[in-house]
Design a protein. Sequence first.
Length: 397
Amino acid sequence: MKNNSSEPVKKRLKVLDALRGFALLGVCLANYKELTLYAFYDVEHTTNVQGDSVDDIVNFMMYALVDGKFYTIFSILFGIGFSIIIANAMERGANGMRIFYRRMLILLCFGIAHLMLLWSGDILALYASMGMILPLFWHCSPHNILRWAALFLCLPILTSTIVYACDLQPCAWFFAQMDYWQSRFGIGDWGTWLRDSQSYTELLQFLVMGAFERMTEFISSDRYFKVLGLFLLGLWIGKKRIYTEVELHRTFLMRVMKIGFACGIPFAILHAYYGVKGGLTAPVHTIIETLNIYPLGIAYMAAFALYAKRLFGIFRYVGRMALTCYIGQSALAVLLFYGVGFGWGMQLSLPQVVLAALGIYTFESAFAFVWLRYFTFGPLEWIWRMLTYNKWLPIRK
C-alpha cells in the first residue's frame, strides 16, 4: 500500500520536471534571437549577415512554433508548482502561504539581479510579482479559478483596444527614462554597443536603460495579465491533480490536445505571417496572439505528457535545475556574444542562432545530468531552497 500511494507522486514530479526542461528549450530558442544580438541588426547589416530566404523561413517557423508557446508552458507550470507547495505544506501542518511568499521574495531578488546584472530580458521579477497575487485565489473553487484565468487571458484584448482607440500612451514615462539614460551614457546602436563594450561597466550602463525598456514591453503587451491568467490555469490544473496521474486523464488530455492544435495552428500561421511582414494594429495582433499562443502552448503540454515519456529522461535534469539553467543561458550568452566576453554577437544568421541555442541547451543538459549525479539540487535551487526554509540543507548526495 505504501509503495502504491507514493507512485503517483513520483510520476507527477517526473512529468513536471520533464515539461519544465522542455519549456526551457523553447525559451532558449526564443531568447537567443536577442541574446546573440541578432534582434538588433539594422537593415543593411541584416542584408549582409542573414541567409536571405533561409532566414525568412526560419523566422516564420520561429513565430509559428516557438514564439510565446514555451513561456506559456513555463507559466502554467509555475501555477501548478504553487498548488504543490501549498498542498505539501498543509500536509505537514506548516504555513504554506508564508513559505510561498518568502519563496517569491527571494525569486524577485534573483530576477532583479538577473535584470540589472546580466540581461534586460528577465522574466523572473514579473513571475515573482504576479506570483504574490496567487494566494488570493487559493480558496476559490476550481470552476471559479478557471473563470478568473479566462478573464485575465482575454483582458489584454480589451485593454489593447482601449489604448489603441483612445490613443493612450501608457509607456510614455518609461520611454522618457530610456531616452534619458541612453543619452546620459551615450548609448548608440544597442547591438553595436553590447558587442563592442570592453568593460562590464558599459554593460551595466546598458542594463539600466534596458530595465526601463523591459517595463515598456510588459506594459505594452499586458504581460502581467497574461502571466497571472496562466498562473491561475496552472493552479486549476494543480487543484484538479491532472498531472499526478496522466493515464487517468488521458481522454481529457487528448481532447485538449486536439482542440489546442485545431484552434492554434491556423492562427499561428497568421501570427507568423504578420510577425514577419508587420502591419497589424495592436488589438488585432492581440486577438491573433491569444488564439494561437495559449491553445498551442497547452496542446504542446498535453502532447508531451501523453507521447513523450521516452524523452522525460532527456529533459527532466534541466527541469530540475530550471532556475540555474535559465540564468545560465544569459550568462553564457554574455560570455560568448557580448564585448565583455568573446564578442561574437551580430555575426550569426538566424539558422546559426538556432544552432547556437541548441548547443547551449545541450551543454546545459549534460551539465545538469552530471551535476545531479553528485548533488541533490542545482546551485541556485539550493540557495533558493535554503533561504526559503531558513535552514542549512546539505547539497551533496
